[in-house]
Write a protein of this length. Structure first.
Lengths: 204, 324
């Protein structure tokens, strides 16, 4: 065979390989972005559930106004932090963590009210909040899996060459800072973290 | 009770199971090639026989690929849970399936409930976009939230690992072996002898005879080997689903407790039979479960499955001694 044909065949194969690898990197990177958005979706879901919860319990828990108010304020802070977008990711995580603590305290208090414990509405909301917590956690977990997958692709041979050529950069894992990893056993007399001036508690 | 295996990471376990199942597929393909070659040589039809067998086996399986899930759901009396306005008693089930769907990145499957007091579950569907997960009412009553999460994680892992497709691939190969062997044995004993006889007379001699004998032996033995390997593949994919569930839930104890509860339950799942046994998380045919460590089992023995999960518990800071 003419050497020119061999060269051409090799070039075609290499080009096809580059296209294949490049497309794979793009797909993985898009999966990462989508997984990140999923987290925000779950967080918003939780924010939306909380007013319902507060309304359901407020009639029973007259003596716990302060607790309820703290939950609402913590929610407000979390919503504001989320609106800051990816730039405020660390603060958002912290605000969400605090909100988790506040909710746990609230449900601990619910244990003291037998009427409330048996209330179908409250039980359902409890399940909804449990599943929302889980969904937030799993969204973050999945996000980290996609980041791992993507980072591995751009670091291993031969995709590392293509990655370098087209400027694919490694993505960061979602990490909760060491201090925040301990969900605070919140004394609800504490001030929630101020990411932005908290919205005034809605008139309940 | 077997001792726990050395603690290992689930990534390694997943890789090991995947590797094993592909090695087994390779073995089946080799058996098919050997059988096809021997028969082809002995009869003079060459590779035509193998190709024909593959094509026929493929078409026989294609129906099951596209409609198999509907058939299985129908025959088990499964009722779909409406996801828009779910009845209160199935809200938690849907929530758990949503959680696992988020953890795996797979689309939300259809969810079905089977009215039977025996706890069990299965997943079906040709790919993640057409997947269904079914649980029995018995399961919902007898396990708690974290056990349910483990079971759903296992089932969704079957979907994510494309195990239905995998089983189809193995099924086509094994089916081809069975067809080819069957045709050859009929050909030998009930007709077509003229062609073979003619060749032998023309001085093919000893070699042709040996080839023929080889083909005969393989035709008897190969379908058996194929079936055994098929069962080994099924066991391997079940182990893979167990460990993949751990990748999703990060909670090996939850699934281990679920397996224990399901296996210990004395009730018999009425809708299950030999044709569908391989689909369920725990083999619903109780006599098979009790004869553990059998190469005729579609699932690994419960004790072994729990032992693997216990081995992973350490990685997640869980106490493995809580499970039997």
């Amino acid at each position: 065979m003419d050497p020119i044909w061999i060269v051409l065949i090799v070039l075609v194969v290499v080009a096809a390989g580059i296209v294949f690898i490049y497309n794979g990197l793009i797909q993985r990177r898009n999966v990462v972005d989508e997984a990140w958005n999923q987290i925000s979706v779950q967080l918003k879901r939780r924010h939306d559930l909380i007013p319902n919860l507060v309304n359901a319990v407020k009639g029973y828990m007259d003596f716990e106004q302060e607790t309820l108010t703290r939950v609402i304020e913590a929610r407000g802070a979390a919503v504001s932090a989320q609106q800051a977008g990816p730039a405020g990711a660390a603060q958002s995580a912290q605000a969400e963590n605090f909100l988790t603590g506040a909710l746990r305290q609230l449900f601990a208090l619910v244990e003291n009210y037998p009427d409330l414990k048996a209330n179908q509405n409250v039980l359902q909301l409890q399940e909804e909040l449990t599943t929302t917590e889980n969904q937030i956690g799993f969204s973050r977990q999945h996000y980290n899996s996609t980041v791992r997958d993507f980072n591995t692709s751009i670091q291993t041979f031969p995709s590392v060459l293509i990655a370098g050529m087209f400027g694919f950069a490694a993505r960061d894992y979602f990490q909760i800072e060491e201090a925040d990893a301990e969900v605070p056993t919140v004394n609800l007399r504490d001030e929630p973290p101020q990411a932005a001036p908290p919205a005034a508690p809605p008139q309940t | 009770m077997t001792a726990s295996p050395a603690p290992t990471t689930f990534f390694r376990e997943i890789a090991r199971n995947r590797r094993n199942s592909w090695i087994l597929i390779f073995v089946v393909a080799l058996v098919l090639a050997a059988l096809g070659g021997a028969i082809g040589g002995a009869t003079g039809y060459g590779w035509g026989g193998v190709v024909l067998a593959l094509v026929v086996a493929f078409f026989m399986s294609i129906g099951s690929y596209f409609a198999g899930d509907k058939l299985v759901l129908l025959s088990s009396g499964a009722k779909e849970v409406p996801q828009a306005q779910p009845p209160d008693e199935y809200r938690q089930l849907l929530n758990v399936v949503t959680e696992m769907s988020l953890a795996s990145g797979l689309p939300m499957p259809k969810v079905y409930v089977i009215n039977d007091s025996a706890p069990n579950a299965f997943a079906t569907g040709r790919d993640p976009k057409h997947a269904s997960v079914a649980v029995t009412t018995g399961l919902l009553e007898k396990v708690d939230r974290e056990q349910l999460q483990g079971v759903i994680g296992h089932e969704l892992s079957h979907v994510g690992n494309y195990d239905i497709r995998f089983a189809l691939l193995v099924g086509v190969l094994v089916g081809s072996i069975a067809l080819l062997a069957d045709w050859f044995l009929r050909f030998t004993f009930w007709g077509g002898g003229r062609r073979g006889g003619g060749d032998r007379d023309r001085g093919g001699g000893g070699a042709a005879l040996i080839l023929f004998a080889l083909a005969l032996v393989l035709a008897i033995v190969a379908p058996l080997i194929g079936r055994l390997v098929q069962l080994a593949v099924s066991r391997s994919r079940e182990s893979l689903a167990d460990v993949s569930a751990v990748e999703l839930t990060r909670n090996p104890v939850g699934l281990a407790r679920a397996l224990r509860t399901i296996a210990d339950d004395a009730e018999v799942l009425e809708v299950a039979n030999r044709a569908t046994q391989h689909l369920y998380i725990v083999n619903p045919i109780k006599s098979f479960e009790n004869r553990s460590k059998s190469m005729w089992d579609t699932h690994p023995p419960i004790a072994e499955r729990i032992a693997v999960l216990r081995g992973l518990a350490g990685q997640f800071g869980q106490d493995a001694t809580t499970i039997e």
